[in-house]
Design a protein around this ligand. Structure first.
Ligand SMILES: Nc1ncnc2c1ncn2[C@@H]1O[C@H](COP(=O)(O)OP(=O)(O)O)[C@@H](O)[C@H]1O
Ligand SMILES: [Mg+2]
Length: 308
């Protein structure tokens, strides 16, 4: 617990409004998340390098030379691993500075948006200028802005009639605060995610130091996610692990192409619920169950379903 911001490590209920979690980094549980996301390693290392650079260079190079804001944005369809990656990245960044005492604050934008006019803007301003600024004063701080489209709404797409002016002001407040914090705290990094990049205000995107699009997993990644998931469940139910050597495995993996990582893992759960009997004893699952679940997921959740 630090003297300057004791509430940040206090009980969850005592956290400032808008912050739903605060934790010390590194945190091995988050390292496991980073490892669990299967994607192009070059993208992962690009993310890590950019995050590290934030903490090495920003305090040394003037913002008139490189106007860094300390914001990295991950965009992509729901279920592609953005939130997991962001949490894992926070851990890996702290780990890179061995011995550094980093802190991760997780912002829950939905709790800031209030139906009361004028309240959202104030809540956003207070969060950034007080809670986040206080944390940044005590040491290197990473802030997760999950589903940031809620906070930095694309103002050009909003009609003033249909949407309260409060939302516009909240977006303005985010931008003003980002500028102010970028000036004051080079040891602060925002990791933002968005499922709907087109809904994020362009002035916010323009302030991002790096924007990474997290794609749907490709063929090999799908197969690896499926393997990883079956192996994980297999630690409890050994027959599930053996599905990897089923003659149907390759077809199951091929059916997963077009699904996001979350859907692939949920599909495995669906296979384990193929019948009540299997659900009672998941060791009874067969390759046929897995294939049927994969085919069904493809129809109901695949790219075709997403495009409607
Ligand atoms: N590329 C991937 N590799 C492995 N697992 C993934 C991948 N993408 C998503 N997942 C799994 O899907 C779940 C949801 O991930 P999450 O980080 O919440 O996605 P998002 O924030 O993009 O909606 C997690 O359990 C995660 O492990
Ligand atoms: Mg998410």
């Amino acid at each position: 617990m630090t003297k300057n911001a004791p509430h940040l490590q206090a009980h969850e209920n005592d956290l400032p409004k808008g912050i739903h979690r605060a934790r010390a980094l590194p945190d091995p549980a988050l390292g496991a998340l980073w490892d669990s996301i299967i994607m192009d390693e070059r993208v992962k290392s690009q993310l890590l390098s950019q995050a590290v650079l934030n903490f090495t260079m920003r305090s040394k190079v003037d913002r008139t030379v490189i106007p860094l804001h300390g914001v990295i944005l991950l965009t992509g369809e729901p279920g592609t691993g953005k939130t997991s990656l962001a949490r894992g990245l926070a851990h890996r960044t702290a780990q890179a500075f061995s011995g550094g005492r980093f802190r991760l604050l997780e912002v829950e934008p939905h709790t800031l948006t209030s139906s009361a006019m004028g309240k959202t803007q104030k809540a956003v301003s207070d969060l950034f200028s007080q809670a986040i600024a206080e944390a940044a004063m005590t040491g290197p701080t990473i802030v997760l802005l999950d589903e940031v489209e809620t906070l930095a709404v694309d103002r050009s797409r909003l009609s003033l009639d249909a949407n309260p002016i409060d939302i516009h002001r909240a977006t303005d407040a985010v931008l003003v605060q980002l500028d102010a914090l970028a000036d004051r705290f080079p040891n602060l990094l925002f990791l933002a995610t968005s499922n709907f990049p087109e809904a994020v205000d362009s002035a916010f995107t323009s302030r991002c130091d790096l924007v990474v699009r997290v794609p749907l997993p490709g063929k090999e990644a799908c197969e690896q996610i499926l393997r990883d998931c079956l192996a994980g469940v297999g630690r409890t139910y050994p027959s599930v692990a053996r599905l990897v050597s089923s003659p149907l495995f390759a077809r199951c993996a091929a059916e997963c192409v077009g699904l996001d990582g979350r859907a692939i893992r949920k599909m495995v759960a669906n296979a384990l619920a193929a019948t009540t009997e299997v659900a009672m004893d998941p060791n009874k699952v067969t390759g046929e169950h897995l294939l049927a679940a994969a085919q069904l997921a493809k129809v109901s959740r695949g790219e075709g379903a997403k495009r409607k």
